[in-house]
Design a protein around this ligand. Sequence first.
Ligand code: PTJ
Length: 244
Amino acid sequence: MTIPTDHPRYGSLITRERLAGFLREGIVSPEGLTAHGRGEAFDYLIGERTTESALLAEKTAAALLSSSQHPVISVNGNTAALAAREIALLQQASGAIVEVNLFHRSEERVRKITHLLESYGATVLTGTAERIVPLSHDRALSYPDGTGKADVILVPLEDGDRCEALRKMGKTVIAIDLNPLSRTARMANLTIVDEVTRAIPMITGFIGTLQEPEISLLLKTTDNNYFLKEAMKEMNRRLADALD
Ligand code: PTJ
């Protein structure tokens, strides 16, 4: 199907085709497509733009990554399919370790996602994954030199159980999740309610410009509930005015 470039939803239709292609290649899981649909619905509610509060959350994420001793970016199928280039650029700016962690894990998917990320210039941690996250299934598998040592971990589009388990391990968790009501959003230390391809470049940009004392101030004043409530308010405002 050819989509006319002047179609009002051209961008999201192209993204859907891209994800469907990555599904056929085995990079995105079938469940990843439903997760994307949920994300699209929330993005529509928030106006398909970065809100003021999301921008502050992105700046705070940059402060957390900048002050971390061992930052890690955890990448799954959806994130790689949507934002491989953005991940590579964030890695360059932050010096973070990039690690592939999957909900629907197979070694073949890990390999394919690793190759995709590498083709965009990311350096991906490889080796033998071990059961280091306190979960009973394959989501426990991660790398001792990555997640194992991480103090701050960025988890775009994470599931709630894994987010909770990472908190139990004492990690500072930064989530990117368009659903402010998800368990991940509520469990994380900091949630960026924004679309992943908008959020990551913002974080990267802030890393280049942030300095002390602003970094310390952002870290001291972080309040995840504030970010979730602001996102809900924004969605409510848009719904209230939707038919005007
Ligand atoms: O590749 P795998 O096997 O690791 O699987 C990845 C998925 C995403 C399928 C898995 O982690 C999963 O099931 O996640 P959830 O529990 O569906 O959570 C994904 C969250 O991300 C949901 O709250 C969505 O609203 C949100 N989301 C989806 N697309 C985007 C998004 N948030 C930001 N940007 C998006 N593009």
